[in-house]
Design a protein around this ligand. Structure first.
Ligand code: C2O
Ligand code: CU
Length: 479
């Protein structure tokens, strides 16, 4: 940690961007993204239709901002909710003026249904992804992934939550959507004088905004009616990292991470989320006593635009919780949450050196297969950040558990996106599959969207025993 902190402060000068400013708007009720409607087709499959289209939003009083959204929302998208065991069909129609894709971040899906750069949706076209949901309850999300244009598409407003429930493994956590089980999607934006989003002023990590939006709401508050609330926090920002905490650093109960629930709850004073990461926390409240959820200073703060070495404060408010004078009692957080078997240590090691927005010295090539990975085999993937910028690595289709000194195998959180601070090496157990495809690759990339667009991404095939992996991607020849 010490080495990382030194490296971060040394780049503060070249990575400065806007710090978050106190909002110039009166507090507003937190918007809750609606649940996406679904229907059953003749085969009993759960069908969800999403349309991506331009719209107009009003984040600041009297200011109209052109935005993009899904499902009729001008900004963001409805929350898709599916259950383990469902056969799902996701049908996405593109009403945008350019080609996009829709990727199910954190979902274990066949490569052809993944929604990465090889599954483009042309303007006016509809793309269909279908698979059987087979993974533990988790807070996943969806967003575009067109190579070279992901940051702009997500920044305009294309993102939504994708919740997986597991009916066979119910635990007694608050679960009434929008009441005591509340999504918090964190994004930051700056506004140009004409009210549009500022898409010009990016620095070495990407687009950083001076205004934080939670579910698209500036200066949000939430009326709380129960003694405990579960917050599902997603960092959907391009570049900004947050340390989510209570203003008084009172303890929070961490119950879940990217890939699902923890084996047992953990008491923490804050959770750092880099772009793409999720955390589920349970917050205890007292009748009538307001609390503020804030992002507090952290080691990655320097790259958020504030030179912490100079003693600057880069903390800011996220959400005010306003408990009613009388609260319905909520049961205590259970001592056991997930019963998933941890990944067993061992297997082959793959090494990825991160420097200058390249992985092992290479930039993304749509035609090149970089790795071939056997399905349903646990490996160790090692990410060594040899540069002064932070990166965070996301592996599609993967179950991941970071090997941290002092954390027992049975206590490792489930991840799909991991921070790799400057000068550090992160080693993680990675398991992909069971879906295999010897032709269509999945992606491994930095989730700072600017870095991804710049080429900090590679492609891997997942193959079964006896399958012969293609050596290049069809339709993308080197020509
Ligand atoms: Cu959230 Cu490859 O992306
Ligand atoms: Cu990066």
């Amino acid at each position: 940690a010490a080495a990382g902190a030194v490296a971060v402060s040394s780049v503060a000068g070249c990575a400065n961007g806007p710090g978050v400013r106190p909002p110039k708007a009166a507090p507003r009720p937190l918007a809750i993204p609606p649940l996406a409607p679904s229907s059953r087709d003749a085969a009993g499959r759960r069908v969800v239709e999403l349309v991506a289209a331009p719209g107009t939003s009003s984040f600041l009083p009297g200011v109209a901002t052109p935005t993009w959204g899904y499902g009729g929302l001008p900004f963001g998208g409805p929350t898709v909710r599916v259950a383990r065991g469902d056969d799902v069909v996701l049908r996405v129609t593109n009403r945008l003026p350019e080609t996009t894709t829709t990727h199910w971040h954190g979902a274990r899906v066949p490569a052809r249904a993944d929604g990465g750069p090889h599954q483009p949706i042309a303007p006016g076209a509809t793309w269909e992804a279908s698979w059987r949901v087979d993974q533990p309850a988790a807070t996943l999300w969806y967003h575009p992934h067109p190579h070279g244009r992901t940051e702009r598409h997500v920044h305009r407003g294309l993102f939504g939550l994708f919740l997986v429930d597991d009916p066979e493994a119910q635990v007694d956590l608050p679960s009434t959507y929008g009441v005591d089980d509340v999504p918090l999607v964190l994004t930051d934006r700056s506004f140009a004088p004409d009210g549009s989003f500022d898409e010009q002023h990016r620095n070495t990590v990407g687009l950083l905004g001076d205004t934080v939006l939670v579910n698209g709401t500036v200066a949000p508050f939430l009326d709380v009616t129960t003694t405990r609330v579960r917050l599902r926090v997603l960092n959907a920002s391009s570049a900004r990292s947050y340390r989510v905490a209570c203003d008084d650093e009172a303890p929070l109960t961490l119950v879940g991470t990217d890939g699902g629930l923890l084996p047992a709850p953990r008491t923490v004073t804050g959770v750092v989320l880099t772009p793409g990461e999720r955390a589920e926390v349970v917050v205890d409240v007292t009748p009538g006593r307001r609390r503020v959820l804030r992002s507090l200073s952290h080691d990655l703060g320097a790259v958020n635009g504030v030179a912490r070495a100079a003693g600057a404060d880069d903390s800011f408010d996220l959400l005010e919780l306003r408990p009613a004078a009388r609260l319905a009692p909520a049961p205590p957080v259970p001592a056991r949450l997930s019963r998933e078997t941890p990944l067993a240590e061992g297997g082959r090691t793959r090494r990825f050196v991160l420097a200058h927005n390249r992985i092992n010295g290479r930039a993304m090539d749509m035609s090149r297969i970089d790795e071939v990975v056997p399905a349903s085999t646990t490996e160790i993937w090692e990410f060594a950040n040899r540069h002064t910028l932070p990166h965070n690595m996301h592996v599609h289709d993967a179950r991941m558990q970071v090997l941290e000194p002092g954390v027992a195998a049975g206590d490792r959180p489930w991840k799909d996106t991991v921070a790799v601070p400057p000068g550090t090496t992160v080693r993680a157990l990675v398991r992909v599959g069971p879906h295999t495809d010897p032709e269509v690759p999945y992606m491994l990339h930095c989730h700072l969207l600017r870095h991804e667009d710049d080429g900090m991404m590679l492609q891997f095939l997942v193959v079964g025993a006896g399958q012969r992996a293609a050596t290049s991607v069809a339709g993308h020849g080197h020509g």
